[in-house]
Design a binder for this molecule. Structure first.
Ligand SMILES: Nc1nc2c(c(=O)[nH]1)N[C@H]1C(S)=C(S)[C@@H](COP(=O)(O)OP(=O)(O)OC[C@H]3O[C@@H](n4cnc5c(N)ncnc54)[C@H](O)[C@@H]3O)O[C@H]1N2
Ligand code: MOO
Length: 649
């Protein structure tokens, strides 16, 4: 909503879309009641094209499978009665008939008493024969005869016609999800096309003036359209036929015409963005004009996902997902997937779940069912679920997350140590080989890259130095990267180690002042003089760091009692500081040299920070830990760290 004016006081007094918040259960029940039962349209598809669809008809086997009595082994078709007295000591001699039955060869000669016919696995059993003897239990005697040394029971090694599937038997029932096994059964019966529930056609529209499609250059203040891609893929994953119609600006007329067109050609319409209270939030007003009964729920007690809007227009579901990608994703999976799958004739999703313990308290909003993404690591007795969420505006949490947990609407927190159930994003969790929990540094990726290339799964969870030390003490990780300065001893890291932990020296990061290269106020100055110059200019704005950050300690020392403009802007990362300066929201701040250089900013070095690792001694002998230690010491990593602007210790 970047280009939309913010709501004025007048707008907010005249809000016509005051959200009435429903519980998720209530909202879903009303939505489903407005849509079902309904007839599911069907279409005929080729076998390959039917994969993943629901069968719309019962399938009755049109033929017997196998279609004839078939030999299961390579050997000789015989009459079992001829071999009733046979033994190793008293073999029976059979005369060979003058034909060889290979696969696909119809036999022509009967097997009369005292004779046998050579037959291959899969060959049709000839008239008269009732058993097969394996070739290895026979011996050729002369040119046209064999000796058999074992008895054969009637029916031995024969699959009778129709024994697999009998003609007229119900092969598959309507509603069956067609997978490779079903396709195999249909193919065995010679069926080439089947009637399946037609995939619901779902139109997808993103809304917002600020959206740019991936592949296009990003304008200032614009962002890439994430929801278009997420929603389109999630529809395909759940049996829909998605058509992405692009991002439409926040213009009521343009949007209405796009929505009408989309609905005319599809069974369902999914929009995202513009459902909350911004002045440009117009789509819900349009819905009211699109058909009856219109909006079913606008506002659901979900977190993320409160502004979700569910509507039905003349029998077709119309949904507006919240704009934030994480909110869009969760609401889609939780509230839309059940409806989409029912429309596609598919069974509800069955998500895999695992039990896990949470190591930290998770606060939750009372009154909203909350979804929290988590990353799973192996603890001393079972799985540990670390929350990875960075708020509903963040998308990268997904990369580190294995699944999510749910906090009940009636709870305001989940206490540390709680046992909970984690719904997995994929059916299998692969517990990482190496777990790093603590302070994050871009240098870490340079050291772990060779491990990842060697097939090891490395999971690093950013919880800050102190959080990392706590995790290490509980034995939940292999390493805790830390950069903690001890004022008393004036040393880094070592004073913070407790029993069971050992220090592995990492690298040094130069901290310093960043400024834009063309800003003459800071050129050629020392860090102290630069801060003096900044304080002398009332128009100069700083960007600070969060309380608790090592960098913040340095900034506070330089500032003393001074509280310049920008002091209360306290982002949590080195990159955010650089972005604020590069984008002119601030004129100076403190960050590490590699980030300053990567952002093309001027840099005045101040002090070197020690970024080291607390190693959990009990886990030292693990192969992945040894691999990490080797990587850390390798020339390759040291060179990569140096190239990025770090100083390997
Ligand atoms: N005064 C209030 N403000 C907000 C409320 C509220 O109750 N009162 N709710 C907040 C919640 S919760 C959410 S979630 C968001 C959702 O708002 P909208 O659905 O109206 O979405 P937008 O304002 O259009 O966008 C929000 C955010 O997401 C970005 N966005 C939008 N579409 C996309 C896309 N396709 N790909 C990537 N990112 C997208 C957009 O740029 C905004 O940054 O509202 C809160 N505000
Ligand atoms: O519902 Mo919003 O999705 O909390 O972020």
């Amino acid at each position: 909503m970047a280009h939309t004016p913010l709501p004025s006081a007048r707008d907010s007094m005249e809000q016509d879309q005051f959200l009435t918040i429903l519980s998720r259960e209530d909202a879903l029940a009303r939505f489903e009641a407005a849509l079902f039962p309904r007839a599911l349209p069907s279409e005929r598809r080729s076998l390959a094209g039917a994969l993943g669809c629901a069968l719309a008809e019962d399938i009755v086997a049109p033929i017997d499978v196998p279609p004839f009595d078939r030999s299961n082994v390579d050997g000789f078709a015989v009459r079992s009665a001829d071999l009733s007295s046979v033994s190793e000591a008293a073999p029976v001699r059979l005369k060979l008939n003058d034909e060889v039955i290979a696969c696909g060869i119809a036999p022509e000669k009967p097997v009369l008493s005292g004779t046998a016919t050579s037959i291959a696995t899969g060959g049709p059993v000839p008239r008269g024969a009732d058993a097969i003897v394996m070739v290895e239990h026979t011996q050729p005697t002369g040119p046209r005869a064999i000796e058999v040394r074992r008895a054969a029971s009637p029916g031995q090694f024969v699959s009778y016609a129709g024994s697999d599937i009998a003609r007229g038997e119900a092969l598959l029932r309507a509603g069956t999800l067609i997978g490779s096994r079903e396709i195999g059964m249909l193919a065995a019966c010679g069926i080439e096309r089947v009637s399946v529930v037609r995939r619901p056609r779902v139109a997808v529209i993103s809304t917002g003036d600020e959206l740019v499609q991936p592949g296009q250059p990003l304008r200032p203040a614009a962002i890439y359209d994430t929801n278009g891609a997420i929603v389109t893929a999630a529809i395909t994953e759940n049996g829909g036929d998605a058509t992405f119609l692009g991002a439409i600006p926040d213009n009521e007329q343009q949007l209405e015409s796009a929505m009408r067109k989309a609905l005319a050609n599809s069974d369902m319409l999914v929009l995202s963005g513009g459902t909350s209270k911004g002045a440009g939030d117009v789509s819900h007003r349009i819905i009211a004009r699109l058909g009856k009964p219109g909006i079913i729920a606008h506002g659901v007690a979900l977190k993320p996902g409160k502004p979700l809007c569910l509507a039905v227009c003349d029998g077709k579901p119309v949904i507006i997902l919240p704009g934030f990608p994480t909110s869009a994703m969760f609401t889609f999976h939780d509230m839309i997937v059940p409806v989409l799958r029912r429309m596609a004739g598919l069974p509800p999703r069955s998500d895999a779940k695992v039990a896990a313990k949470i190591p930290v308290r998770i606060a939750s909003e009372l009154g909203r069912t909350e979804f929290v993404m988590v990353s799973l690591v192996e603890g001393a007795d079972g799985l540990i679920a670390y929350p990875t969420g960075k708020g509903s505006g963040a998308i990268t949490s997904f990369a580190q997350a294995d699944g999510f947990l749910k906090i009940d609407a009636l709870a305001d927190q989940m206490p540390a140590g709680s046992e909970t159930e984690v719904t997995l994003f994929t059916p299998h969790v692969r517990v990482p080989d190496l777990v790093i929990v603590g302070s994050h540094c871009t240098g870490l990726d340079l050291v772990t890259a060779p491990l990842a290339r060697a097939g090891l799964v490395v999971r690093s969870i950013a919880v800050g130095s102190l959080g990392g030390l706590a995790a290490a003490k509980r034995g939940e990780c292999d390493f805790a990267p830390i950069h903690l300065f001890d004022e008393k001893s004036e040393t880094y890291n070592t004073p913070f180690l407790s029993e069971g932990l050992e220090l592995v020296v990492g690298w040094r990061r130069m901290q310093g002042i960043v400024f834009r290269q063309d800003d003459k106020r800071f050129e050629g100055l020392s860090a102290q003089d630069a801060v003096r110059a900044a304080l002398a200019d009332p128009a100069c704005i700083m960007v600070n760091r969060n309380q608790g950050a090592g960098t913040r300690i340095l900034i506070d020392r330089l500032l003393g009692e001074a509280r310049p403009d920008g002091y209360w802007n306290q982002p949590r990362s080195h990159n955010a500081v650089a972005a604020a300066v590069a984008q002119h929201r601030a004129d100076w701040g403190m960050t590490i040299a590699p980030v300053a250089h990567a952002t093309g900013l001027g840099f005045i070095p101040l002090a070197e920070e020690h970024y080291d690792f607390a190693l959990v001694k009990a886990r030292k002998q693990r192969p992945a830990v040894q691999a990490f230690l080797d990587a850390l010491a390798s020339d390759e990593s040291r060179a990569a760290l140096a190239r990025a602007g770090f100083r390997p210790a």
